[in-house]
Design a protein around this ligand. Structure first.
Ligand code: GLN
Length: 496
């Protein structure tokens, strides 16, 4: 777990991870908080919380690392922030990120790139890079990030921290600036898994429905899902099976990360007595393409509101709404031209195109099909059924070819969790990221994180020791069935 990195002395150094710091004098003392949490429930123990800049806070601005929101302060607070405050959180600051969550290296920020404390010349991962660094250097005990296609897990992998993306719809997104609504989740980062598990499951956060977030699972569904998933691991771990998805063993995988993956699998089998079996998730290869069609499509629609009238800085102070009357397009284009960074503009163009009438069938509709296949792949290998899809199974069966559905459920590969790396490589150098030939090269980094996002499944990245690249840690990812989050985090603790 890369404990060889001693970072105590660098607490005062900045890695450009905060965009705003709280001036609160009464921050809890970490040592006390940690000491008490080991003996009692963490419900009301004070802890320091860093919050990603796309999550609304009332005492600090919320600007998504975007120029277009440079004058924005939220009049209300995100539900998740309120929930964590009531559980003892003191906010230490807002963290730097890729603009609106679009990126994998926290370089697409109006505040400049976040640097990795393990090596300042390298990427800290994105888009929740600032949150990962805040936790890594001890500026926060826990940090909030958002994970749409890997933005909590990738920075966790690159910085040697733990990053947890919950089941879609478990934690409220009210007050979280949307990027791609059908994929967005709020995630947590911490130095180890335990504080995350205690916070979410020890204090009942997983049971709290928020009526202000229409995508937040209803109380009835929560009950049904909770009834379908055990809350803890069996005492005898040999009852568990962990699957190794063969399609994740790609050519581009760094050999040291592959070795760490093998070592983690062996440790589960040899030390814990867990069955480790190979499984196949055939649609994995298509998942990345589908993600990069769906996410920009939803983003292009979400970002339409930043037009200089409802939200966003005016492009040109000389253009008043009156001057522009009759030709608002000037106001809009100036505002959006100046306010959005290059990557955000690229996504808006891409999304607008794939949703256009001539491209819709070839891109958006196809991507949705792939998304369903990805979900089906996962449902086929997990021992537990997907509580959201269960009641459709009867219908699906009559509808599907012989080789899918329950047929495969009877097959041998019935696993509790999947184990695979969170990223194919170690953190790249920041100058390499800037020099990448095309944005598609950057998108490649998300190849292991997007499948769970497309399926709405819980996933967590925990650091593993490696032999390569000067001992950089690798992120090992565990993926679980929908709503099997509690067991997933217990399992992650065993992997640490
Ligand atoms: N890197 C991915 C993207 O740019 C994921 C980002 C995220 O999860 N917010 O879309």
């Amino acid at each position: 777990v890369s404990r060889q990195w001693h970072l105590k002395s660098i607490q005062s150094i900045t890695y450009n991870h905060f965009v705003e710091r709280a001036t609160n004098e009464a921050l809890p003392d970490t040592a006390t908080a940690a000491a008490t949490s080991s003996t009692t429930s963490s419900t009301t123990n004070p802890f320091r919380l860093a919050v990603k800049d796309n999550i609304a806070t009332i005492d600090l601005p919320t600007q998504c690392a975007s120029r277009i929101l440079a004058s924005h302060a939220s009049p209300f607070e995100a539900t998740i922030v309120r929930q964590l405050r009531s559980r003892g959180a003191t906010i230490v600051g807002k963290t730097n990120m890729d603009e609106f969550g679009m990126g994998s290296h926290s370089t697409n920020s109006t505040h400049g790139a976040v640097r990795n404390p393990l090596d300042e010349t390298r990427s800290a991962g994105g888009s929740s890079g600032g949150s990962a660094v805040a936790v890594r250097v001890g500026d926060a005990d826990v940090a909030l990030g958002t994970d749409t296609g890997g933005s909590v897990r990738l920075p966790a992998a690159y910085t040697g921290t733990v990053g947890y993306k919950p089941s879609y719809g478990m934690l409220s997104r009210f007050g979280v600036v949307p990027y791609a609504n059908s994929l967005d989740t709020v995630g947590l980062l911490a130095p180890t898994t335990r504080p995350i598990r205690e916070l979410v499951f020890g204090t009942g956060l997983d049971k709290e429905h928020d009526s202000q977030d229409p995508t937040c699972l209803s109380p009835e569904s929560r009950l049904r899902c909770a009834g379908a998933c055990p809350a803890t691991l069996p005492e005898n771990l040999s009852q568990l099976t962990v699957g190794i998805p063969l399609e994740y063993n790609i050519e581009e995988l760094d050999p040291s990360i592959r070795a760490a993956w093998t070592a983690a699998a062996s440790a589960l089998a040899d030390k814990l007595g867990i069955n480790v079996v190979p499984v196949s998730l055939p649609t994995t290869k298509e998942a990345l393409c589908a993600y990069y069609v769906l996410a920009p499509a939803e983003a292009s629609s979400n970002l339409a509101k930043y037009d200089g009238v409802r939200y966003g800085v005016r492009g040109d102070d000389d253009i008043s709404a009156d001057d522009a009357s009759g030709d608002n397009s000037t106001l809009y284009s100036e505002t959006r031209g100046l306010g959005f960074g290059d990557e955000v503009k690229r996504r808006i163009l891409l999304g607008t195109y794939t949703l256009s009438s001539e491209a819709m069938d070839n891109y958006f509709i196809q991507a949705q099909r792939v998304r369903r296949l990805v979900q089906r792949d996962f449902d086929r290998v997990f021992r537990l059924g997907n509580p959201l899809h269960e009641h459709h199974r009867q219908f699906d069966l009559s509808d599907m070819p012989e080789t899918t559905g329950l047929q495969d459920k009877r097959g041998p590969a019935q696993v509790d969790f999947l184990l695979c790396p969170a990223a194919p490589t170690f953190p790249p150098r920041l100058d390499e990221v800037q020099r990448q030939r095309s944005s598609v090269d950057v998108y490649m980094n998300d190849v292991f994180t997007v499948p769970a996002s497309l399926a709405g499944l819980p996933a967590v990245s925990v650091p593993a020791r490696t032999e390569g690249e000067e001992g950089f840690p690798a992120g090992m990812q565990l993926i679980g069935q929908y709503w099997d989050d509690s067991r997933l985090l217990y399992m992650a603790e065993r992997l640490e």
